[in-house]
Design a binder for this molecule. Structure first.
Ligand code: GCW
Length: 683
């Protein structure tokens, strides 16, 4: 008997551990609720909505109602209302579209999982952006560029015959937060993706995703007509090239009638594009837009372009694209990274958002943490994305935020969109770090409603993922991005990263013969006088790309926000900060503050041990240790390196460096294929 009990105990324990491996994401829902759910129609999407509620909803009976009333149509086919009947015995989710009912069902389940009061619900929702899209940088060999959670989810070799259960799980997770589109392959695109062989595999994925209202898009290689089609050119004005694209697009829509469109990286970082043939970005984008137009497809054309020989990389996207404003077809959206350089821990918003007057622009943010400690560092990104979306461009005077320009409310331009570079891979917990799941979640939630606060998103995610409400935990998440800025690149410093993989600090990096704009010294410009990139009117004049009054505020060292000071100015070491410290002392204090914060995260987490299942607890604990160690590595590397120029002491009251500059300079992390290193610098 005793042995039997022991066995049962072990089985239960084993089950508990296995069940909490992070694979369920934020969807740790009850599965045997047996709710009463009615729906006035059947379809693959509605069947999903009904099934989700039936198995997980623990409240009064629910009716899903597809209706074409004026007020519902005004919310769009993805919008919905949720109402409790006057007697409280009945809930109705109503929408003019099936997708709206699916999103409404997940909304209800979210309210239940976050412990909201469910007695008298009266809600009305519609998304901020039409296209809420993930960009996977997944290669066809299943490596993922800048992916830190294993290999690609797409098992190309097995497709289309074999469908991994993870495909539907992936689509379901996206639907639960309102993500409605996905680009399956890397923007550094292989032409192969457009071969019939691969298109049949793509079709199999699209068919699996369709019930979850997740549309498939593809990244294309601009030279596909010559590489794949054998044509002598890929010139966008050549009639044969245009014919090739038309036929290719028709072929795609025969297989995938609701195909979304193309994402294009052209004439950027060595990739082919229209400029190879003396044509413009508009010529290239319009050729594809014309082919897609009859099928209602769109072109997402990236503005991430820069040449090594220009004086300031931060100015180049604006310089190339603003003259083309007005020349793009109406089914082209220009996809702009949040900042003018490249997903740095902190950048000002890209001035392109406020510059294009006749062309729809959309923001691209990076969910994967290429420049934020990969999936080793805990970094909740909602505050960073909101910083960009809430920035006022002053394009039409006060209130012209990036959010209002890109969501169409300022100009009414459609379609509207927002993109996030995905952080998923085939790791059991999808994202590597259990807390990196919060960024997938946050991207979806903000894409649905950019008015949500970071705090609300963190609270929701914590309640669903960890089954508790905990102030210390959400506060840690909310502080995490700023902590990273502090221990990596405070006060507007940027691109001090190690060569190639971008994991650790290398402010000294100097690779002979490499592109100057890939070198940290191009960005920090530290010398005996001071540190920072002079982008003011006495320097590269990038400040002039912003509207008044920002242009003037950024331009003056006294009025420039201090968190962007070294982005816009080369500042003397003894410059007085607002708190009266010298710039050098402030750098030392800020690096130390970030390091302390990283250590405190460990304490916050350890305090929660008894509330968290053991497997996930230990995994997070392990990564927080790496993060705290890396923070010291960053601090020591940057302060000891810059001290060679500043020739000033680290303030006596601060912790002393524990590493030797030389050791750090001689250290190379053995990272290949962008995997996540198990540790950082270990002398
Ligand atoms: O941030 C840089 C990355 C590249 C990436 C590029 C881009 C996909 O280091 O890996 O390529 O941006 O956004 O195109």
């Amino acid at each position: 008997m005793k042995q039997l009990l022991l066995l049962l105990y072990c089985l239960f324990f084993f089950h508990a551990v296995v069940a909490e491996d992070g694979s369920k994401l934020w969807l740790r829902l009850p599965t045997e609720a047996q709710a009463t759910v009615k729906c006035n129609k059947q379809s693959p999407t509605l069947d999903v909505a009904v099934k989700e509620l039936r198995q997980s909803w623990q409240g009064v009976s629910v009716t899903l109602s597809l209706q074409q009333t004026k007020s519902l149509r005004a919310l769009g086919s993805e919008g919905y209302t949720i109402h409790t009947s006057p007697d409280g015995q009945q809930l109705t989710i109503a929408s003019s579209g099936e997708s709206g009912l699916l999103y409404g069902a997940f909304h209800l389940l979210r309210l239940q999982a976050t412990g909201e009061n469910l007695t008298a619900l009266h809600l009305s929702e519609r998304p901020s952006f039409d296209i809420r899209i993930l960009n996977h940088w997944d290669n066809l060999d299943r490596t993922i560029e800048r992916g830190y959670a294993g290999r690609s989810l797409w098992l190309w070799d097995e497709l289309p015959a074999t469908l991994s259960p993870r495909y539907a799980a992936y689509a379901r997770a996206n639907a639960s937060v309102g993500i409605n589109a996905t680009v399956l392959n890397n923007v550094n695109a292989s032409p192969q993706i457009l071969s019939l062989d691969y298109l049949e595999k793509v079709k199999a994925l699209a068919d699996t995703f369709r019930p979850y209202c997740l549309k498939v898009y593809l990244a294309i290689n601009f030279s596909s007509p010559s590489i794949l089609g054998g044509l002598p050119t890929s010139d966008p004005l050549d009639p044969l090239v245009r014919k090739w694209w038309n036929q290719k697009v028709n072929e795609i829509y025969k297989l995938i009638p609701d195909f979304g469109g193309f994402l294009v990286k052209a004439n950027s970082e060595g990739l082919p594009g229209p400029q190879d043939f003396g044509r413009t970005h508009a010529d290239g984008a319009n050729m594809l837009a014309d082919a897609l137009k009859p099928h209602k497809g769109v072109v997402l054309w990236r503005a991430f372009v820069y040449n090594p020989d220009d004086e300031d990389r931060a100015k180049q996207a604006y310089q190339e694209f603003v003259p083309l404003d007005g020349q793009f077809r109406d089914n082209v959206i220009i996809q702009v990274k949040n900042g003018p350089v490249d997903f740095q821990p902190r950048e000002p918003f890209s001035p392109l958002f406020g510059a294009m007057k006749q062309t729809p622009v959309m923001a691209e943010v990076q969910i994967t943490q290429e420049y934020l400690g990969f999936s080793n560092h805990l970094c909740f990104l909602a505050p960073m994305w909101k910083e960009c979306l809430d920035s006022d461009t002053y394009q039409q005077g006060e209130g012209s935020t990036v959010a209002r320009i890109t969501d169409g409310s300022l100009y009414g331009r459609r379609p509207t969109a927002i993109a996030g570079v995905a952080n998923t891979g085939d790791d059991v917990n999808w994202c590597g770090h259990d807390f990196a799941q919060s960024n997938w979640y946050a991207f979806g939630r903000l894409a649905w409603s950019h008015q949500l606060s970071s705090e609300q998103i963190a609270d929701e995610w914590v309640a669903q993922t960890w089954g508790m409400k905990n102030k210390a935990l959400t506060e840690m998440m909310l502080a995490s991005r700023e902590a990273i800025v502090s221990y990596m690149m405070p006060l507007g410093l940027h691109h001090l990263f190690a060569w190639g993989h971008h994991y650790g600090p290398e402010p000294w990096c100097d690779v002979p013969g490499a592109r100057p704009d890939w070198m940290p010294s191009y960005y920090h410009k530290a010398d005996a006088l001071g540190i920072g990139f002079n982008r003011s009117s006495t320097g590269s004049n990038a400040t002039a790309q912003y509207h008044t009054p920002l242009c003037e505020a950024f331009d003056n060292v006294q009025t420039c926000p201090e968190n962007l000071l070294l982005w816009f100015h080369h500042v003397p070491w003894d410059h007085r900060m607002k708190n009266n410290r010298t710039l050098w002392d402030e750098l030392c204090y800020t690096y130390n503050k970030g390091t302390q914060q990283a250590r405190n995260f460990q304490k916050v987490w350890d305090n929660l041990e008894k509330f968290v299942d053991s497997q996930r607890f230990r995994e997070v604990q392990h990564r927080l240790k790496i993060q705290a160690r890396d923070a010291v590595w960053w601090r020591d590397a940057c302060l000891l390196y810059f001290q060679q120029f500043s020739k000033r002491m680290i303030p006596a009251e601060l912790e002393r460096p524990v590493h030797e500059l030389n050791d750090m300079m001689n250290y190379k992390l053995p990272i290949t294929n962008y995997e996540c290193p198990p540790y950082g610098f270990t002398p």
